[in-house]
Design a protein around this ligand. Structure first.
Ligand code: FPP
Length: 240
């Protein structure tokens, strides 16, 4: 953390995103069922969110369940649903942190109980002014872009907007991340180097940072290192 204090305020990342990969391999290495890897990954998530808040990150987005993850064994899907339920039911935690929670993704197909818990915490935390925590769950970037396109098509069909109204800002405002800055960088642990349908619109100018650590082993120090790597990169946004 001390080392981060040397970073000028304007260069400090506002929004970080994480693909929490490697839980299955973490469990396998220990001869445990995969769900234990996710459980340990959820502990890491709590630790990293608390730390991100402490060092002044304003938005954090994590990939917890993709639109493709339904193909996993039912027991693993159930374990991930349970972890989300526990997470969103921990209402005091969001109040203590003054944190705002958003679920990015299609929640309509989730268990009714889980949907209620999600709506409840989103409602209760919506006016909190601290860190914004986005959990991407049943999320896919292509799905998000198609949904935005359909919403905009309906507005156009109903003569509520003109073609001229559709610009990048308007399109962004129809995504799940409406009103939030794009991620400054995306970290993917576990040695894989791809986006896997995560924030593909929002990641247009994000720096991509890959590490070999498995997500359950990821530490505060690893986040420090990612931030330092990010601030030392030369972001030109297409300029020279
Ligand atoms: C990818 O690793 C990880 C996931 C599909 C799930 C990530 C979820 C968590 C860390 C916990 C969720 C927390 C909440 C609040 C819902 P993998 O299983 O594909 O790992 P592998 O590549 O090693 O098999």
């Amino acid at each position: 953390m001390d080392i981060l204090e040397q970073i000028p305020k304007e260069a400090f990342p506002k929004h970080i995103a994480i693909i929490m990969d490697g839980n299955g391999r973490w469990a396998k290495k220990r001869g445990l069922p995969r769900k234990y890897g996710h459980k340990e990954g959820a502990k890491t998530l709590n630790k990293i969110i608390e730390y991100a808040d402490k060092i002044g990150i304003k938005h954090i987005t994590v990939y917890a369940f993709s639109t493709e993850n339904w193909k996993r064994p039912q027991s693993e899907v159930d374990a991930l649903m349970d972890l989300l339920k526990k997470y969103v039911d921990n209402i005091e935690k969001f109040a203590d942190m003054n944190a705002k929670l958003n679920i990015l993704g299609d929640i309509a197909v989730l268990d009714e109980d889980l949907q209620k818990s999600i709506i409840n915490i989103e409602e209760k935390s919506k006016n909190n002014t601290g860190i914004v925590i986005n959990i991407a769950f049943n999320y896919g970037s292509r799905d998000e872009i198609i949904r935005a396109t359909k919403k905009i098509a309906v507005l156009y069909k109903n003569d509520e907007i003109d073609l001229r109204d559709i610009d990048e800002k308007f399109f962004s405002d129809n995504l799940y991340t409406c009103g939030q800055p794009d991620p400054d960088f995306i970290i993917r642990p576990s040695g894989e180097q791809r986006l896997s349908n995560f924030l593909m619109w929002q990641a247009s100018y994000s720096e991509l940072i890959f590490t070999n650590k498995l997500w359950p082993d990821f530490t505060e120090k690893d986040l420090d290192n990612a931030i330092l790597e990010y601030v030392n990169r030369d972001r030109r946004f297409g300029a020279i």
